[in-house]
Design a protein around this ligand. Structure first.
Ligand code: BDR
Ligand code: CA
Length: 306
């Protein structure tokens, strides 16, 4: 099993991505680090702890950055609800899992203590990772790669070209893209294509308590406007990491726009060496949607509460 850190802002689709991975035979989740994003970091931390209490999994949770590096918080409560995880009735958070140290120190600890390189799966703004690399650059050589839900090869969601995780903290994202650490980028266009339909939720809810929990979260996603398909942003990154055969990747140079008000947070994806031949990112460019939907439901159905 390969060691994994999940840096995340749960978040309905974050919760689904974590659930998809808790029993994956190829990864060992060493740490969940929270970050401010969809909702404030108090909520995202609590939501991670509640999800783990529900699933009965003992994974340490470290509280991360409370705000972007240089900008004010921007939340996504219209998509994820006021508290960030819809209306599902979770058990009380398991606070015994909360680490004494913050996310940057815990991420550093896991990276430095591990015998083998650690993968970072990032599902929220990149604030913690930028702080980690700036404070402890020696950790970079212990990172296998970053698998990132973020950016877009096409259009955005909070800007015409700006995707949420990148645009909320564009300076942090720029630092991470320039860090020299290999990145697999799974952007908005993939999450939009990899969608579930309401019928998938019905099937999933028939498979057990975990299916009911995930189904219920997604029924309140986007304010309940799910009839035209339920976008699987963070779950796409999770599955691109462990089942890459369903996806198509292409190498590119990627950088982030941080100054233009028109295109703030845009990920500029250069396949053709126009800006640079230095391919710093493997970009996910396509997904087999039918297989994705099947595997999503199968995986959720196989997770049992402990
Ligand atoms: C990303 O933003 C968040 O709302 C989702 O959890 C996902 O990580 C999509 O832009
Ligand atoms: Ca997220």
């Amino acid at each position: 099993k390969k060691p994994l850190i999940i840096d995340t802002d749960p978040g309905i689709d974050d919760a689904a991505a974590i659930t998809l991975l808790v029993d994956d035979p190829s990864v060992d989740i060493k740490l969940i680090a929270s970050v401010s994003g969809n909702v404030g970091v108090g909520h995202t931390t609590n939501n991670a702890l509640k999800l783990l209490a529900f699933l009965g999994r003992r994974i340490p949770v470290a509280k991360g950055a409370a705000a972007p590096l240089m900008r004010d918080n921007r939340f996504a409560t219209e998509a994820h609800g006021k508290g960030g995880m819809g209306m599902f009735d979770f058990p009380e958070p398991d606070t015994s899992l909360l680490t004494a140290n913050n996310a940057v120190l815990e991420e550093r600890r896991v990276l430095m203590e591990s015998d083998e390189p650690v993968t970072l799966l990032t599902l929220g703004p990149l604030t913690n990772i930028a702080l980690l690399f700036a404070t402890f650059p020696e950790v970079k050589e212990h990172v296998e790669r970053i698998v990132m839900m973020g950016g877009s090869t096409q259009r955005g969601n909070i800007g015409v070209y700006g995707e949420f995780n990148i645009s909320v903290d564009p300076e942090a994202a720029k630092m991470v893209f320039r860090s020299g650490v290999p990145i697999l980028m799974v952007g908005l266009d993939i999450g939009r294509k990899a969608h579930l339909v309401v019928d998938d939720l019905d099937r999933m809810e028939g498979t057990g308590e975990v299916g009911v929990m995930i189904g219920s979260l997604f029924r309140s996603y986007d304010g309940g406007h799910i009839e035209n398909g339920i976008k699987m942003y963070d779950p796409s990154a999770a599955l691109a990491m462990v089942e890459p055969d369903m996806f198509t990747m292409q190498d590119a140079f990627v950088d982030v726009e941080i100054s233009s008000p028109l295109t703030l947070g845009a990920t500029v994806v250069d396949y053709d060496g126009i800006i640079s031949d230095d391919h710093n990112v493997s970009v996910c460019v396509d997904v087999d949607v039918e297989r994705f939907r099947e595997r999503f439901v199968e995986r959720i159905a196989s997770v049992e509460r402990n």
